[in-house]
Design a protein around this ligand. Sequence first.
Ligand code: SF4
Length: 755
Amino acid sequence: MAFDIEMIKAVYSRYESRISAARKVVGKPLTLTEKILYAHLWDGEAGEAYGRGKSYVDFAPDRVAMQDATAQMALLQFMQAGRPQVAVPSTVHCDHLIQAKVGAEADLAIANDQNKEVYDFLASVSNKYGIGFWKPGAGIIHQVVLENYAFPGGMMIGTDSHTPNAGGLGMIAIGVGGADACDVMAGLPWELKFPKLIGVKLTGKLSGWTAAKDVILKVAGILTVKGGTGAIVEYFGEGARSLSATGKGTICNMGAEIGATTSIFGYDEKSEAYLRGTERADIADLANTIKEHLTGDEAVYANPEQYFDQVIEINLSELEPHINGPFTPDLAWPISKFATAVKENGWPEKLEVGLIGSCTNSSYEDISRAASLAEQAVEKHLIAKSEYTVTPGSEQVRYTVERDGFLDIFGKIGGVVLANACGPCIGQWARHGAEKKEKNSIITSFNRNFAKRADGNPNTHSFVASPEIVTALAISGSLLFNPLIDTLTNEKGEQVRLDEPQGLELPIKDFAVEDAGYQAPAEDGSKVQVLVSPSSDRLQLLEPFKPWEGTDLLGLKLLIKAKGKCTTDHISMAGPWLKYRGHLDNISNNMLIGAINFANDSADTVKNQLTGEYGPVPATQRAYKAAGIDTVVIGDENYGEGSSREHAAMEPRHLGVRVILVKSFARIHETNLKKQGMLALTFQNPADYDLVQEDDVIDITGLTSFAPEKQLTVVLHHADGSENSFQVNHTYNAQQIEWFKAGGALNIIRKNQAK
Ligand code: SF4
């Protein structure tokens, strides 16, 4: 932790000068979001005001966090950079690969066995390069980050979409792909389009059955799953200050469901209490010294419409508990309207399972409030009618709530405590009977409820609510139950009511833990061996890609001309392929298998120009590679949209595709291609897309004088002997052209390291 405090001191020492520079260029009062962003510019003090939703800006994040599924490729790439240590404090969290089946202990033992080689690899890389390693069972990335690493006014990136959870403690925390994490760990700037700003003014105070979760359930209903795209959501007002730090974390976490870049709350007394409660009084003391910079300017909050792009106001005193779903988190129902919606829509009324916890809702406050309901159930002779599971977010929370008797109480209503891991939240749930695909209902305190996400059954109607509402409904066994007004029949045949939940934001006896599950890295990792078996089918060390040969690219074959939508999922499918995320050659067997071939309107069937036969895209490409022939992929509009998955750029590169020529690119994918040393080109005239034929041999010329804003030329040699030639555009800047020449950005970093 000493390392952290020094880092935080350094960050805070820059605040004064950077914020006054930002004030000068922006020329008006600043939101908290702007303060943090301008304090983290890669180039130091601001020299210009950035256009929201327009300017691409380089930032210098303070931290990186990675979960075990995405960390594999991020770290394999990082190893290519040739650095002895990561450039910024970084951590790895083993949470996604643990399957929930019977209970914490047995499930963890199985995961340790099944994923041993992946865990050993992650542990050894972490040890070698100065990365903190959180073992399987230590907890879920976002809860562990909130408890240990988040700090007010900081900026971090994480290889998981719910990284914004740390916004609850006043940190700009953004979910990214592995390639971005690799860049920041390797000491490169991180680029982000300067976000738009949505202000959410919270007035009033929560009471009774309403919880922090209901704020974001309501916001999701207002903004919908796309409403936050390209924006940071900043919460403010007396209502915001009344929420616990972990409640704020819940709200920021689920901001991912409205597509927001991230969400944030300002530093206040609740943040200070949480920092002190999690043994970080030194950070609270430091934060107090620059308090005025850790919240937006008063003038902004007094007149929010003038400073935010959009403003929403919610009165917490009037907010009802909400239940959102099924199948989408923005279908928001106040609880008073929910039972009618269930009946009108024919959703299964019987509630099969209630699941609480996850990274979204497993704070001490959440667990203690849910436990207060379970305790009442026992006292009032109620038996929980649904199955009920509890997923603690961290070992520290689990140990503390066990010490304080809450897990015991859950046990009395039949609750099963699962491992401190993602489990059912990410489909890692061996739910009995799910294979029968029966129509059924479950309710969770998680964040996402898309079809199949929890148990793989498309007919599971999954609803999202606060842990309190989940617990009450699990006790009742019915989606029609409204605990605010309804009674339940107990074992004695009496009508009883559940009283409002009660809980504590922080434990009276402080948090405790025996083994938090943290492994500090070696002081000097130079002698540490990274463990990867050459026979592994899940992990493979990367080889540097070859540099450009210094000539034009002549005689390339067309691999596929993709028609219509081609997202990163079409280029590198998820699902069963996730298993191979750490093995580039194996996962390359999914390359472009979802793309539609213009020549036959089919997926994964392309002509092999060497044999004239049709076959799967990866196999055809491997045949070209074996023959020493490079290839071109042609694409339509917005090629590579979707996630920032770097595999979608690495697989073509690995298998020998040299050029991706499209009508237009999704920007992140275009950058990923450049980073891997590929040529990412766009038609100057989109109609030239129609000139490309199935048997074409293609030349790319002009490369020997490759320069920013200078077009290249494409020549198509058709099978009938005719030719077409046209100009193509690119967006490479001088540095990116060097990436291309070196065969990839990491090759340059490695070269610089070696100097
Ligand atoms: Fe993602 Fe769910 Fe795990 Fe949270 S608990 S990190 S939302 S999979």
